[in-house]
Design a protein around this ligand. Structure first.
Ligand SMILES: [Zn+2]
Length: 286
């Protein structure tokens, strides 16, 4: 393995026609991957795909955007006709503890998530307070399951870093979430990152780091020992392929950008991020 994409959704419908080809191309390039569930059906399906490939693992969870019905474009930087994937339409789902408790027993399940607080994507015309409360309850249930199953969590957070850190702290103070986890697709400030680092979490950068100047400044300051890289494919395609459907092998562009920003070699970034991802998700035991 040369690189690992710590967060993609290569089992999603965006790859309905060519999923196996995309996975094989990725593995042929020496890139391993963790494919991430976002609701009941995608969590189950991710495990089914991962069990067919060496070099692929899955996580299971309920994404905050799926706790309320809504429609949105994934990539805020692009206009509708530049978007590489269709508009995302979500169904509202409640966290089904018994269902997920069964999924975590699967040998390829390496974590819980993505789960977290997203105050950015709350649709118009719904009661904000209710959505926020519902998100919090969903996160709590998944933190409980992660604790019970002794798994790390994959956190999706937008416009709610302070609230997210407080919730994590409450669990840590209670001796829970001992496997910690990762703040996926981090887009916050240096100070917000530090709070999560102090809590023992890792910070993961997606393709956004290839084009966001503000994020590049933050990435420079995150120690390599605490850093992960990801694509979030099919979304958030990095430079130089903006506007195309993303694929997990493109994590190499994220690695190259991190290397440039930190003034180290791509090999050093690859080695560190592979080691970090293996250690969080205990991939050698799966
Ligand atoms: Zn994702």
């Amino acid at each position: 393995m040369k690189l690992i994409d710590s967060h993609c959704h290569v089992h999603f419908n965006a790859y309905k026609e060519d999923m196996d080809e995309v996975i094989q191309k990725t593995l042929d390039e020496g890139v391993f991957m963790i494919t991430v569930g976002t609701q009941k059906d995608t969590s189950k399906h991710g495990l089914e795909v991962a069990e067919r490939y060496e070099g692929m693992w899955a996580t299971v969870g309920l994404h905050p955007n799926h706790t309320v019905e809504q429609e949105f474009w994934d990539d805020d930087e692009l206009s509708p006709d530049e978007q590489a994937t269709p508009k995302i339409k979500t169904r509202a789902e409640a966290f089904d503890m018994a269902y997920y408790r069964e999924l975590v027993r699967h040998p390829k399940c390496v974590g819980i998530g993505e789960t977290g607080l997203d105050y950015y994507r709350i649709p118009e015309g719904v009661d904000k307070e209710t959505v926020m409360k519902n998100q919090e309850a969903t996160v709590r249930a998944q933190f409980d399951l992660a604790t019970e199953a002794d798994l790390p969590v994959v956190i999706h957070c937008r416009d709610a870093y302070a609230e997210q850190a407080m919730l994590i702290q409450e669990y840590l103070d209670a001796g829970k979430l001992s496997r910690r986890g990762v703040i996926h697709c981090f887009t916050g400030t240096r100070e917000e990152a530090q709070r999560f680092l102090d809590q023992g979490f890792y910070i993961s950068f997606s393709g956004i780091v290839t084009f966001s100047k503000a994020l590049q400044e933050v990435a420079k300051t995150i120690p390599l020992e605490k850093l992960l890289i990801e694509t979030d494919a099919p979304y958030l395609t990095p430079v130089p392929d903006r506007g195309k459907r993303n694929e997990p092998w493109r994590v190499k562009f994220v690695a190259e950008k991190i290397a440039e920003l930190k003034g180290v070699t791509v090999e050093e970034v690859a080695e560190a991020t592979v080691k970090n991802t293996q250690s969080i998700f205990q991939l050698d035991q799966k």
